[in-house]
Design a protein around this ligand. Structure first.
Ligand SMILES: NC(=O)c1ccc[n+]([C@@H]2O[C@H](COP(=O)([O-])OP(=O)(O)OC[C@H]3O[C@@H](n4cnc5c(N)ncnc54)[C@H](O)[C@@H]3O)[C@@H](O)[C@H]2O)c1
Length: 342
């Protein structure tokens, strides 16, 4: 259930049907977002604050949250509200789904990426042994509450990270998303939430159609994992934005996608997103990371590609040679002075 600002009474009713309410925040959402929630005037909540950042989406943080729940006598009718970006909603959803075999949780996303993607659809989890989202469960939140107010304090780089996922919907679902740009028109946000909600309701556990949401993610996740492991800054959406260059290249090779879309996207990328120096990234290590991708079966590396705009295909097994070519294509693009040194 997606709730907006006008539905706050419904949120209050959901909260009051529980014995105790816990509120999970990171240090930034405590600083920037807690007041908005206080204004809504929910019942008393017990705060649990965790450190921000992907490097903390791990088992140690999970143990800390579980300890807080135990120490404060959370029971099976307790509620966990996750107030934050995808890091908080992923880990909070996971914590809630395992605590006493599952308690209710509500996601209140505070980043653009959280609103249009991470908080919706019931994927929860943590990173483990250097692998993204390696441990987790599918578990639906009781509700997702979308309040645009939170976007006011969100740094531009985080907004652009969310924009990448909105543009992804342009390639796999509806061409009009390709017109989204910074500063973002909120109608794109509502439309994107509807898309994510509909796809994930029809295929909650990713048996088929839901896989299309992983367009750009095979190489994007591998880059994100590698760079974070090497203490370099990258946002989730930035990885996806980069990964879509390779995915379009492979779509040309495997699905006869018209080259004009790759050209179009390289222009769009250069206008919106950060340039990365990828020269030192070892392709063999990226491929090793891709081998752990959850979309794979039987040792093959599988991609989501597109035949045309709005025509995705999933489970495409791509030859190692072409994966390497597609990474090199991306690296060359990031080095191409025609795009960047104008
Ligand atoms: N479950 C899913 O379906 C799904 C889908 C996509 C991404 N994800 C996960 O989401 C995570 C990325 O989420 P994200 O991009 O929201 O990152 P994030 O949660 O790390 O938030 C980004 C930064 O913004 C800060 N922040 C959050 N809200 C703020 C606000 N309103 N004002 C100021 N600062 C604020 C955070 O503290 C953090 O420093 C990744 O772990 C990714 O794997 C999950």
């Amino acid at each position: 259930m997606i709730l907006y600002k006008n539905d706050i009474e419904q949120l209050r009713n959901l909260v009051s049907s529980h014995t105790k309410t816990f509120l999970l925040l990171d240090e930034n959402t405590e600083k920037y977002c807690l007041q908005t929630l206080k204004d809504i005037d929910l019942q008393d909540v017990i705060k649990i604050v965790i450190p921000s950042g992907e490097q903390n989406k791990n088992i140690e943080t999970v143990q800390f949250i579980w300890s807080q729940l135990v120490d404060n006598h959370a029971d099976r009718k307790s509620l966990l509200i996750n107030l934050g970006g995808g890091m908080v909603t992923d880990i909070g959803g996971f914590v809630a789904s395992c605590y006493q075999r599952g308690i209710d949780f509500i996601n209140i996303p505070t980043t653009l990426l959280g609103m249009i993607d991470a908080a919706v659809g019931g994927k929860t989890g943590i990173d483990f042994q250097g692998l993204k989202n390696q441990i987790g469960v599918f578990s639906q939140p009781l509700a997702v509450v979308v309040l645009f107010d939170f976007l006011e304090t969100l740094p531009k780089r985080e907004v652009l990270s969310g924009l990448a996922e909105i543009i992804k919907y342009g390639f796999i679902v509806d061409k009009s998303f390709l017109e989204a740009k910074y500063p973002l028109d909120p109608t794109f946000i509502i439309k994107a939430i509807e898309v994510k909600d509909e796809i994930t309701r029809n295929d909650a556990t990713e048996q088929g159609l839901r896989k299309i949401l992983n367009f750009g993610h095979t190489i994007g996740h591998a880059l994100e994992t590698y760079l974070i492991d090497h203490n370099q800054e990258i946002r989730h959406g930035e990885g996806v934005a980069l990964g879509m260059v390779s995915a379009l290249y492979l779509s040309e090779k495997y699905c006869n996608l018209d080259h004009k879309w790759t050209v179009f996207y390289k222009d769009l990328y250069a206008k919106n997103f950060n340039r990365f120096n990828l020269n030192d990234i070892p392709v063999d290590e990226l491929i090793e990371i891709m081998r752990h991708d959850k979309k794979n079966e039987g040792g093959d590396i599988r991609f989501v590609l597109i035949e045309d705009i709005g025509k995705p295909v999933y489970d495409v097994v791509v030859d190692l040679k072409y994966i390497i070519d597609s990474v090199n294509y991306l690296v060359e693009y990031q080095n191409d002075t025609n795009y960047w040194d104008k």
